[in-house]
Design a binder for this molecule. Sequence first.
Ligand code: DSN
Length: 450
Amino acid sequence: MKKDYPLIKKQDRAIYETIVEETARQTEGLELIPSENYTSPAVMEAMGSVLTNKYSEGYAGKRYYNGNEFIDEIERTAIERAKKLFKVEHVNVQPYSGSPANLAVYLACCQPGDVVLGLNLPDGGHLTHGWKVSATGIFYRTLPYHVRKDGKIDIDEVRKLAKQHKPKLIWAGATAYEFKYDYSEFAKIADEVGAYLAVDIAHIAGLIIAGAHPDPVPHAHIVTTTTHKTLRGPRGGMIMVTKRGLKKDPDLASKVDKGVFPGLQGGPHDHQTAAIAIALKEAATPEFKRYGKQIVANAKALAKSLKKHGMTLVGGGTENHLLRIDVSPIYGPGGGIFGSDALEVAGMTANKNTVPNDPGTPFYPSGIRIGTPALTTRGMKEKEMEKVGEWIARAIKAVGTYHLPSDNKERAAYIAKFHADSRKNKELLKIREEIRKFTKKFPLPHEKKR
Ligand code: DSN
């Protein structure tokens, strides 16, 4: 299926041209951002459907607008599919994305000012797990726990903080974490202090379905996820309430629903709900299980290749879909920007990221975060990961002489010069050409013949 946009082309040349360019970027490069993926043509079709025209504030059978007979059916289908797939009691499929889903959990479980525990952002935690500049850190008394030197969550610190501060809510989950979670230990701690345990599986939802990561559902009260990462659906979010959640608080499902609407948002995005339903159907297939397992196998193969080519990895490797390269041995503190920009020039998209005990800052971190969900969707396997690891290492080393000036005033000019130089760097441009040729063998889902 070729993706043309004849109507946009005719009506709005400027937008058309940028879509064409973005399509080429997604096609000819290697997408390494672990929270991105290529969704299916069916999901994209739903996103462009007439469902985007409808308002449907409320829930199925209890709407504030008329004309929702078919929207109700779509939302019920999405909910039933999610309940079956994740084996949970209650699902809300309306959150616009992961951050609002998480904020709705605070509304359901806490009063403003209540204590909440979450993984520290520079250690890999998400903004919405209580980081100080997020609404969650502004309206609630959030306390961070950390990872140990080996990169794994310091569960003893979680227990100590919980006993000392008696949180209402404990988050387990991360946006940059390479290891499996001990959900049963989190659940014990939550029980010991009477807290709700919310597990954010945004990054690993697809791995859980595939059986490639432990399942939090038997342990958590609430599980939140985005739908566009390893789950490979449209951008969106879901909140799930488990049997354990309803046992702790029989009103939890209705508190969650009220947190989403009217707590946080008005009308749901019905085109997004239909696309989520489609993605959930796709995720229930044996093919998807193979996909989830291959993501992890690929990440392990990529870790092996990166180490072979001299890269230092946080925690020494990975148990899931993502890896962080600690580039401080190459660029010194705060040099992640040199690595991630060099990758971009070479045709690989990643993001600079903090590493545990980062000597830099969240804006100038010392790591690069990469992952395999999108490459795996294109059909790449372990053999290709060996090559990808080599390209990454070559690109990082190609600009290995750069170091972030410690003087703030010198930084802007230094980085501007780096940008100009890196765009002319022969080794990076050579890698880019090699990758452009290589990606032709791995079409995106919408390019495949059907
Ligand atoms: N969840 C983040 C990521 O992992 O990219 C974005 O908020």
